[in-house]
Design a binder for this molecule. Sequence first.
Ligand code: N01
Length: 493
Amino acid sequence: MTAGTHPQVIIVGAGFAGLCTAIKLAEAGIEDFRILEKADELGGTWRENTYPGCGCDVPSLMYSYSFAPNPHWSRMYARQPEILDYLRRVVRRYDLGRYIEFGTEVTSYEFDEEADRWWVRTAGGRTYHPRIVVAAPGPLHEPKIPELPGRERFRGTSFHSAEWDHSYDTAGKRVAVIGTGASAVQFIPRLARDAQRMSVFQRTPHWVLPKWDRRLTRTERVAFRVVPGLRRLYRYAIYWIHEALILGFLHPRLMRRIEAIARGQLRRQVADPELRRDLTPDYTIGCKRILISSDYYPALQRENVELVTGGIAEITPDGIRTRDGSEREFDAIVYATGFAVTDRFAAERIVGKGGLTIQQAWRDGMEAFQGIAVAGFPNFFLMLGPNSGGGNQSIVFMIEAQAGYIVQCLRQMEQRDVTRIEVRPAVQRRFNQWVHGKLAGSVWNSGGCDSWYLDDTGANRAAWPGSSVSYWRRMRQVNPEHFEWTAAADREP
Ligand code: N01
C-alpha cells in the first residue's frame, strides 16, 4: 500500500481491540495508521465503566494480551483501575500515544468506489480518506435504558451503570437498582454498605457462580515475576478450564455440573426459602451470561436491602410503582440494564458499495464473515463483530486472533498489489449457515431464556459457536479464496 497524505489505516476505538490492532500493524511494519478515539482517554469499556466495584469476572492472569503479560496484577480478579493502568502501560511500552487522536468521534463512513478508500468523518468536522478502516468501538458500548412508562418524570437522580455519576453520593440515600446482570452484581454489594435502603428490581434471576477472588500474596506475585513460565502455566491452566466450559455451552446436558455449583452457593448463602426460590433461575445455566460473585447474595440479605420481583409498572415522579400497585420512593435510580447490542452502529452512518448502508445489509440480522468482514463493505474490518464473542471466555484472546488476521489481509493486499479486499457474499452466507446451525442446539439458543445474545427474531448474533481455540484455528491463516482481491485499474470503468 502506497503512502499518501491520509493515513492508510484508520482504527476506530482505543480499547483492547483497537490497541491490539495497532500493535500488530506496527509490528508488521505498517505504521501509516491513526487511532481515532471519541473520548479523551484510552481504555474503551474499562474507561467507560467506573461503577463502584467494577472489575473483570475473567481471572486476571487470563486478562492481558498474550504478548504483553502483566506481572503487576494484585488480585485473582482485577478491578477496573488496574486494568486501565495495564492498558496505559501497554500504550507506553509500544509507544502508541503518537498514533491516537483523542476527542475524535467518528460519525460516518462512506466507501469511495473510485478510489477504493473510505471517507471517514468525525463530529468535529474532520475528514480522513484511508484505504482501510478497522472499526473497534466495542460490542457493549451503547448503554440501554428501557422505555419504562414515566421515566422522564422521575424527580430524583438517575443514571446508567456505564455512565456512573460520581458526583452523586448514594450513601444515606434510598436507591433503586433496575437489572441484576454482570454489572449490577458488582456494584450492589458496594452500594448496599451505606445506602439508607436499597431495592433491587429483578426481572429474571441469573445463575451466579462463586468468585474465588483474593489478593495475590507477595510470594505469588514475586514468583510470577521471577519463576520462568509460572505465570504462563497458571494462565494456560485457567484458560483450559474456560475452554472446557465452552463445550458445555454447545452441549447443554454438560452444564448440569456447573449448575450444581451455582445451586450449592445459593443454598449455602441464602437460608430463606422464599428468597432462594426468587433467586433460582428456571433456565439452563449459561443461557444468559453466567455471573461470578460471592458477595451478591449476602448483600441482598442485608437489613437495608430488598429484592423486588413483582415487575415494574411505571416510574413515578418519586419512585417506582410495581405491577401489584405498590409504590416505593427513591432518591436515585440506577439502570443496570445492559447495552444495545443487536442494533450495533445504529448511531453511525456506514455506507458501503452502491450506497448500501449497514442497516440495509443487516436488515435480516447482523452477520459477518468470522466476525470481521461484511460483504458489500470492502476494506472495512470489524473487531468483535457478530458471532465472535459472547460466552464467558476471554475476549482478549478473540481480539488477538482478529488483529492478526486483519494484518495478514493487509499484507496480502500489498503482495497482490490490490486496492480492494472484500469477502465473497457466498462465503459469508455459508459461514453464517454453519454458525447458526451450530448455535441451534447450544445453551444460548435452547436454554430457555431471553438474553442479549439473541435479536428480536431469536437469532443469536453474539456468540461464537465453539471454543476460543477453534476460532483461533480459523483465524490463523487467511484463505485467499474467501475474498475478492481487486485493483482499481483491473475494474471495468
Ligand atoms: O447488562 P445485562 P450488564 N425491566 O444485559 C435487566 C459484560 N460485562 O451491564 O435478565 C427490568 O447482562 C435485565 O433483566 P432480564 C458482559 O458481557 C462484563 O449487567 O433481561 N429489568 C438484566 O438483569 C455482560 O453480559 C463484565 O430479565 C430490565 C439487566 O437489566 C454485559 O456486559 C462486567 C429491563 C441487564 O443485564 C452486560 O452486562 C459487567 C427492564 N425493562 C458487564 N431491561 C466483566 O466482568 C433490562 N433489564 C467482564
